[in-house]
Design a protein around this ligand. Structure first.
Ligand code: GLU
Length: 600
C-alpha cells in the first residue's frame, strides 16, 4: 500500500538512502499534498480493466509479484500466496508468516468454492480464565503486547495447504519475490514511518524488535531503504525445509522460546506476560478446509468464510434480512447490520468448541423473523439476539430475549485483503493478519518477523455462556470476510477488507452499493462508509456523515466518527463478461491500493 520496493523501482541494492526524487516523489511530500500522485511509486492505480488475470492488493510490489506469477502461467492460488509473502515484507505490521487468515478459492473447472481456515489457535494450556486476574479482565494493552496473546500461527500452513491442494508451484517458488524484496529493501514512506513511531515505545521494550524496526533507536526515516535480511533468510530456509521447519522444527522451537520468554530489553518498564505455547501446540496445528457459507441474494450466490470467522455468517444473515425487507437503502443496511451483529455476538465462536447454529442463522425464515424488527426509524439499542431455533413466528411475533454475548473489545485497523483472478477464471479472496498494527510487538530474535496477538480476539470475560471465551486449542472468533459472488455458477465478483469487526460492515456495504444502490464497483469501494455493530451510535467516516447524516438522523440514527477517520481498506475484482475483468482497490484510504490486470 505504501512503499515501493527498491527492486521493483529498479534501483541498486547498494544504495542505503535513496534520493527520494529518484524513486517516488509522493513518498516525501507532506501528507496534505500527498493525494496528488498515487503513493507507492509509478504504476500504482486503484482500478485496472482488461483481460487475463487480475490482482488487487494494498501494495504495488505485492500486486506486481502476483501479476508476474500469472503471466508466467501460474494460477490464482500461486499468485495469492506469492503476494501474501511479499506483504509479509512490505506490510510487516499488518500480516506475516506468524499470523493467520482465511482464504476463499473458486475453482473454475469444478465450479466449486473452497475455503481454508488458517486461524491462529490457543495453546492447549489456555482456559476460559487465562485473560482474567482476580476475576477481572487484565488490561487490554497488557494483553496486546504479551506472549500470552500469541496464537499458534496458521499462515504457513495455509500457504502450504493452498499450494498443495490448488496451486501449481512450490512454496519455495512462491517465496522468491518476497525474498528479493526483503534483501534489496523498500523505500520507507510516511505511513510506515508513522506506524513504527506509534509503536516505538513497545517496540523498544524488546531487544529483537528494536534492533529490526528502530535502527539507531528511531523509526526509519522517510525516503530511506528498509531491508530485512533476517526475514529473507527465514523465507529461504522455509522454502528449503518446508512448513515442518516451523511446525515441528527449529523455527518452531524459537517461536515457542520467544513466546515463553519474550526478549524484554534491559530497563523496559512495561509488564510483559509470558505465553502458554508449547512445541506440541505447533505440532498439533492444522489449517482446515471448511465448507463455505452460502446465501442467495438477488438471484446470485454469495459465498463466505464459515466459523470461526463470523464474516460469512454475519454478512450472509444481513443480506438475507435485506432481501426479506425488500427495498434497500442505507437505513436498512444499518438496521440489518445491527441485528446480524446481535446474533453474531450471541452465537458465533469456534465450531470445534461451541455449537454454532450456522444453518439457522443463514436461513431465510430466520431472516424474515429478524426483518420484522426493521421499521421506519432506527430500533432501540441494543438489539436483542434472535432465537435461531427453527421455530419462527409470523410478524410481529419476533422474540426479544435479553441481549447475549459481549461486543468486540477492540477494532484493530490493520490486516490486509488481496484478491486474484487468473486467465482460467479461478478466483482467490484472501484476508490475512497479525491482528493489531505491529501484532504483539515481539520479533523472534534474528528471524525478521513479528508474532501475532490474535488471542486478544477472544472475549476476556467473565462472560458466562459467551461463545468466544478462550479455551484450549480454540480459535478466536474472527470478522474476516473474504467473499466470492457467483451467478449461475460463474464468478461475478470477489471482495474483502481489513478493519476488525468493521470488515463485516465494509463488505456488506460494498455488496449493497454494487447490487442495490446501482454503483459501479469502484464507486462502491470509494463510497463513504459507516459501521453499525449493535452499538448505540453508528461509527462513520466524516464524508458519510456529511452526505447522509441529516436524512439518517431524522430516522433516529446517531453517529460517531470512526477512530482512525477511515473504515476498511478493501480490494475487489469483478467479471464484466466476454472475458473482461476489472480489479479494484481503494483510491484514497490508507494511501490507496494497487490494481493490475494481465492485459490492460
Ligand atoms: N483480528 C481481526 C479479526 O480476525 C482482524 C484484525 C483487523 O482487521 O484489524 O477479525
Amino acid at each position: 500500500m505504501k512503499r515501493s520496493a527498491v527492486v521493483a523501482a529498479g534501483l541498486l541494492a547498494a544504495v542505503s538512502v535513496v534520493a527520494p526524487s529518484l524513486v517516488a516523489p509522493s513518498l516525501v511530500v507532506p501528507p496534505a499534498a500527498a493525494a496528488a500522485p498515487p503513493k507507492g511509486g509509478p504504476g500504482k492505480r486503484p482500478v485496472a480493466e482488461g483481460r487475463g488475470g487480475a490482482v488487487a492488493t494494498v501494495d504495488l510490489d505485492a500486486s506486481k509479484a502476483a501479476l508476474e506469477v500469472l503471466r508466467k502461467g501460474g494460477n490464482a492460488v500461486d499468485a495469492a500466496v506469492t503476494a501474501a509473502a511479499v506483504l509479509g515484507v512490505t506490510e510487516p505490521y499488518s500480516t506475516g508468516l506468524a499470523g493467520g487468515g482465511f482464504l476463499l478459492y473458486y475453482d473454475a473447472r469444478r465450479g466449486k468454492v473452497h475455503t481454508i481456515d488458517g486461524r491462529e489457535t490457543a495453546p492447549r494450556r489456555m482456559t476460559a480464565t487465562s485473560f482474567l486476574e482476580n476475576g477481572e479482565p487484565i488490561p487490554f494493552d497488557e494483553a496486546v503486547t504479551s506472549g500470552l496473546s500469541v496464537g499458534v500461527p496458521g499462515t504457513v500452513a495455509t500457504w502450504d495447504l493452498a499450494l498443495r491442494r490448488f496451486g501449481t508451484i512450490s512454496l519455495r517458488r512462491a517465496l522468491e519475490p518476497a525474498i528479493k524484496i526483503a534483501e534489496k529493501g523498500f523505500v520507507v514512506d510516511q505511513t510506515f514511518h508513522d506506524q513504527t513511531a506509534q509503536n516505538a515505545e513497545r517496540f523498544a521494550a524488546f531487544t529483537s524488535t528494536a534492533k529490526l524496526f528502530l535502527p539507531g533507536g528511531r523509526p526509519p526515516k522517510v525516503g530511506s531503504v528498509f531491508r530485512n535480511p533476517d526475514l529473507a533468510r527465514t523465507y529461504r530456509e522455509l522454502g528449503k525445509h518446508g512448513p515442518r521447519w516451523l511446525y515441528e522444527g527449529r523455527l518452531g522451537e524459537e517461536i515457542v522460546a520467544t513466546v515463553k520468554r519474550p526478549p524484554v530489553a534491559p530497563g523496559a518498564t512495561r509488564r510483559v506476560r509470558p505465553g502458554l505455547m508449547e512445541r506440541s501446540d505447533l505440532r498439533a496445528y492444522r489449517a482446515i478446509e471448511r465448507p463455505p457459507t452460502r446465501v442467495s441474494y438477488r438471484g446470485m450466490d454469495v459465498y463466505g468464510m464459515a466459523p470461526p470467522s463470523s464474516g460469512g455468517s454475519t454478512v450472509g444473515e444481513a443480506l438475507n434480512i435485506l432481501e426479506a425487507v425488500g427495498e434497500v437503502g442505507l437505513h436498512e443496511f444499518l438496521e440489518a447490520s445491527r441485528l446480524a451483529f446481535a446474533d453474531r455476538n450471541a452465537y458465533v465462536g469456534d465450531p470445534g468448541h461451541v455449537r454454532v447454529p450456522l444453518q439457522e442463522l443463514l436461513s431465510d425464515e430466520f431472516a424474515k423473523e429478524r426483518a420484522c424488527l426493521i421499521g421506519e426509524r432506527a430500533m432501540a439499542h441494543p438489539a436483542s439476539a434472535g432465537e435461531p431455533d427453527g421455530d419462527y413466528g409470523p410478524c410481529p411475533g419476533a422474540p426479544s430475549p435479553a441481549p447475549k454475548g459481549v461486543p468486540e473489545q477492540t477494532e484493530g485497523p490493520e490486516t490486509t485483503n488481496l484478491v486474484v483472478a487468473d486467465r482460467w477464471g479461478n478466483v482467490v479472496a484472501y484476508t490475512s493478519t497479525i491482528e493489531q498494527t505491529g501484532g504483539s510487538g515481539i520479533v523472534v530474535p534474528g528471524r525478521g518477523f513479528l508474532l501475532n496477538n490474535e488471542l486478544t480476539d477472544f472475549t476476556f470475560g467473565p462472560a458466562e455462556g459467551d461463545p468466544n471465551l478462550p479455551g484450549p486449542g480454540k480459535r478466536p472468533r474472527s470478522s474476516m470476510a473474504p467473499t466470492i459472488v457467483l451467478s449461475g455458477g460463474r464468478p461475478v465478483l470477489a471482495v474483502g477488507s481489513p478493519g476488525g469487526a468493521t470488515i463485516i460492515t465494509t463488505v456488506l456495504q460494498i455488496l449493497v452499493g454494487r447490487f442495490d444502490l446501482g454503483m459501479s464497483l469502484p464507486d462502491a469501494l470509494a463510497a463513504p462508509r459507516a459501521s453499525q455493530r449493535n452499538t448505540a451510535e453508528t461509527q462513520a467516516e466524516q464524508a458519510f456523515v456529511d452526505a447522509h447524516g441529516p436524512a439518517l438522523t431524522a430516522r433516529g440514527h446517531t453517529f460517531t466518527l470512526a477512530p482512525d477517520g477511515e473504515i476498511g481498506a478493501a480490494t475487489a475484482v469483478e467479471f464484466l463478461g466476454h472475458g473482461r475483468v476489472r480489479a479494484v482497490a481503494e483510491p484514497a484510504r490508507r494511501g490507496g491500493g494497487s490494481a493490475l490486470v494481465e492485459r490492460p
